[in-house]
Design a protein around this ligand. Structure first.
Ligand code: TIU
Length: 229
């Protein structure tokens, strides 16, 4: 696949519950929260008591999809969960939830946890955005709430999303549900999303594809790459 591909052709990807059909020109790759705070020790994920290494299997396949999307000149967007340095956009309920010792805004080895501009808030170097790729800073779990994501997608004629990132049952699932209610089709490649809890990863994918694809489709990065090839 290369930049000479016909971006308006209708492609079909093997998926569940049935093949996902898309036109590359109107299908964006949306990479959710691949931030150091979730994937590296000493960040937010670790503060919640998680083994952050469980998410790292997603890095290589997301990298492959990013390379394919970029080579074809298709739209790529990234999101980051986080808050203003003064925490004025952090709901008190979110700050105290879980009664953890280390909270959002506290100082850690990668700076203040889940705060914009801090090292831990940024995207991991392996999947760093390139010039021209919008980065959506979001205060919540869903990428549409309190952001300009819907407007950006609308202006670019995007109707379908391939959603990757972390975690399957939290920010990926919330974003897929928000996208579904706004009229987007979502395809989730199962190897490009992960959870700190494997059973919730499986449940999160099952909830998307059940009931005729109530929220979207589930497939695999290699099937998507084959469709684009
Ligand atoms: N990005 C995202 O999923 N935020 C979370 O807080 N996820 C957890 O699984 N905790």
């Amino acid at each position: 696949m290369n930049s000479t591909m016909d971006r308006d052709q209708l492609l079909s990807v093997a998926a569940e519950p049935y093949p996902f059909e898309f036109r590359p020109a109107s299908c964006a790759l949306l990479v959710i929260d691949m931030q150091r705070d979730f994937l590296e020790p000493g960040g937010f994920g670790a503060a919640l008591g998680n083994d952050v290494s469980l998410l790292r299997s997603t890095i290589a396949p997301i990298g492959q999809l990013l390379a394919a999307w970029r080579a074809a000149g298709l739209m790529v967007l990234h999101t980051r969960e986080g808050h203003r340095a003064d925490l004025s956009d952090l709901p008190p309920a979110k700050r105290v939830r879980g009664r953890f010792k280390t909270r959002i805004g506290d100082a850690g080895p990668m700076g203040h946890i889940l705060v914009r501009g801090e090292p831990g808030h940024d995207i991991i170097p392996e999947l760093y955005p390139v010039a021209g790729e919008p980065v959506i800073d979001k205060p919540g779990k869903g990428a549409f709430w309190a952001t300009d994501l819907h407007a950006i997608l609308h202006h670019r004629g995007i109707r379908q999303l391939v959603v990757c990132g972390v975690t399957t049952e939290v920010c990926v699932n919330t974003t897929v549900r928000e996208a579904n209610d706004r009229g987007y089709d979502c395809l989730v490649p199962e190897d490009c999303v992960a959870s700190y809890m494997p059973e919730l990863h499986r449940a999160g994918l099952a909830m998307i594809k059940a009931q005729g694809g109530i929220f979207g489709w589930v497939s695999h990065s290699q099937r998507l790459l084959q469709a684009l090839a």
